[in-house]
Design a protein around this ligand. Structure first.
Ligand code: MG
Length: 273
């Protein structure tokens, strides 16, 4: 049985629980607001609750993200694979929810999507060797590493570092659910697809990652503590909007959907800002 953990709004409250196959939720029992993720012992109530709205399944303590981590994506940017993972950070204001608007700020003319597998760290990880790395993973969800490409790249916009172009409000939709690590024994065996208005734009296997999830945890935890509740966006495959000629930037009215095997679909509309 698949365990899909969610946060959701129901009857005016923000709750944690699991998604049932009939679209209702079962309330998580013994939840503690101080839990950075979900408690290790999961127990659920009998009652079936209506979901008014799904929320991002976790409020991350940090949002770490990896650039150039798929072989084909690195190739389409004419960049060689880096010797260590290329880390950047998205600010907390970027957190966004399943179905919620991606606001197209008038400050950017190059709004882009990046479908990604997101890893949720379950306990503090420091100096973790790759053979133990997956023991620190609580679970997985889908992410859209929304990007203002102009602010990421152009020197006159402060580009070169990624923080600003990656951290407009709402630039990190997560969801629709958090699937526990025991349900995904091999995170490198997942199909990831991104659709814009139903058109397939990205279609890859996570086995194409240059640095797999254990390698990312080993490398990142060698210089920083990956705290419980930290989310790592593992990089995007080829087929983001910039890679087309001419580029296919997102515009108001578009809908972006990211599907990952065994997790589900994260869909967000783009609206004018
Ligand atoms: Mg990315």
């Amino acid at each position: 049985m698949s365990m899909k953990l969610i946060r959701f709004r129901s009857a005016g409250k923000t709750l944690k629980g699991k998604l049932n196959e009939d679209g209702t939720a079962s309330l998580l029992l013994y939840s503690d607001a101080a839990d950075p993720v979900f408690p290790l012992e999961l127990a659920f109530g009998e009652e079936r609750l209506r979901i008014d709205r799904l929320l991002a399944p976790i409020v991350p303590v940090d949002i770490l993200a990896i650039g150039l981590n798929y072989r084909e994506h690195a190739a389409e940017r004419n960049e060689t694979s880096p010797p260590v993972p290329m880390l950047f950070i998205k600010a907390g204001n970027t957190l966004n929810h399943p179905g919620a608007d991606i606001v197209h700020s008038p400050r950017t003319t190059q709004l882009d999507y990046e479908g990604e597998l997101a890893v949720v760290i379950g306990r503090d990880a420091k100096d973790v060797r790759r053979e133990h790395a997956l023991e620190y993973v609580f679970g997985y969800t889908c992410a859209n590493d929304v990007t203002a490409r102009d602010w990421q790249r152009e020197r006159n916009l402060g580009g070169g570092q990624f923080a600003r172009g990656k951290s407009f409000d709402g630039f990190c939709p997560l969801g629709p659910c958090l699937v526990t690590a025991d349900e995904i024994p091999d995170p490198q065996a997942l199909r990831i697809k991104t659709f814009v208005n139903g058109e397939l734009r990205q279609n890859a296997l996570t086995s194409d990652m240059i640095f797999d999830v254990p390698a990312l945890i080993e490398s990142l935890s060698s210089t920083m503590t990956l705290r419980a509740g930290c989310v790592i966006l593992t990089g995007t495959p080829s087929g983001a909007g910039f890679a087309f000629d001419p580029p296919r930037w997102l515009k108001a009215g578009d809908r972006v959907r990211i599907d990952i095997d065994g997790i589900g679909s994260l869909e967000n509309p783009v609206v004018a800002g």
